[in-house]
Design a protein around this ligand. Sequence first.
Ligand code: NDP
Length: 452
Amino acid sequence: MSAYDYDLFVLGAGSGGVRASRVAASHGAKVGICEESRVGGTCVIRGCIPKKLMVYGAHFKDEFENASAYGWNVESVTFDWSTLISNRDKEIDRLNQLYIGLLHDAGVDLFSSHGSIRDAHTVQMNDGTQVRTQNILIATGGVPSLPKIPGIENAVTSNEVFHLRSLPKQIVIVGGGYIACEFASIFNGLGANVVQLYRGSMILRGFDKDIQKFVYQEMIKKGVEIRLNCEVSKIQNSNDHLNVALTNDNTITTDVVLYATGRKPNTANLGLELAGIHLNDRGAVIVDEWSRSSVQSVYAVGDVTDRINLTPVALNEGLCFAETTYGNCPRRMDHINVASAVFSDPTVGSVGMTEDWARKEFGNIDVYLSTFRPLKHTMTGRDEKTMMKIVVARQSQRVVGVHMAGADAAEIIQGIAIAVKMGATKAEFDATIGIHPTAAEEFVTMRKKCSD
Ligand code: NDP
């Protein structure tokens, strides 16, 4: 008989934890998992999925406006916040139940509790129950990170913004990254006045510079007021509104302030230091290429390790861990050429190196850039453009980066990412026949290099 209650005990039933549990169980491991919130984690409950449903909701505004050019008479269009929210929440409830069902069907024991690590083989629940386990997997994700400015308690984060009682007339969004740009576009699309404040000189730091500038300009065209080089000094609650004081002495009066200033690994109150698990200076669990921590029997996957903080990465890290440890099939997560998307309006899709990064890496590169008005808007007259960019290492002619901003960018880049991952050359892109008429065909017909 085993000295342990479980072969594997997982902390956190989000994307990485659930995937690892199910795969480990499918290989015959006895698995337990604990979750203090709702099964599904950030992605399903308060992240990617509810956000994307709201993105769909926000896009209808433009579509109603476009419709008349195509002969549709769309009169008296109105928007009802509570319908969107309640339908969205029904879908989240469905997914939450689905995830619980998946764990149940896989034979994984679910504990609805916070869990903390007592030692290398022991996890304790809130009620004091202790389980003994051969291995532990930390998959507790991340939490919003807020600067300590006066009145910050008056701001909401991406956790609470999903539960606003009504659509704000005016919202101030602080940050220039994924979440800030996505919610700026969502609220703008739904009809709120949006002011986005970014402390740096250009939003979407880390993305290709042409894409950054393009998204900035397109978001402004769509009605988002973006203030660059702008910092908040305090937020004051004044009865029915908030006053946001800026360091340049200006004040903005608003209904809601959303802080989207990054996320940090969720490693507090897990007993990690006590158990000798090493964290880095951002509080992330330090792991090796097999997702193993400094303690032999303890592993970690997903945002809690602060490698690439994206759901599909957490899923794959969880899969690799479980296949390696329980499936007798060693697999390491490859973090190179992971595509990502920002569901702002316009949407950004991106894989591989930016122009600046490639130039630093290879010296000589070729850049192909195209900006055009999508066919759809030749009829609507809407001043909306799409940008596509290919970055090629000159000597090898390998395509090392592909970037797009515009309608369907995320869908298109997912396919392109396969070619980039396979090491396709520019000649192979060129030899691919386009699908006409699409925006995507531009990626296989771009021939003119930008000058150095
Ligand atoms: P990001 O790291 O993308 O952006 C954080 C932003 O906040 C940056 O613009 C940063 O500025 C700014 N910032 C940081 N600290 C401060 C501060 N003290 N005062 C003012 N501004 C500040 O984080 P997000 O919160 O947008 O998202 C967190 C992570 O979640 C993302 O990095 C991504 O990994 C993931 N995510 C992915 C999504 C997707 O795949 N579509 C969607 C949403 C989230 P600066 O640039 O100067 O550092």
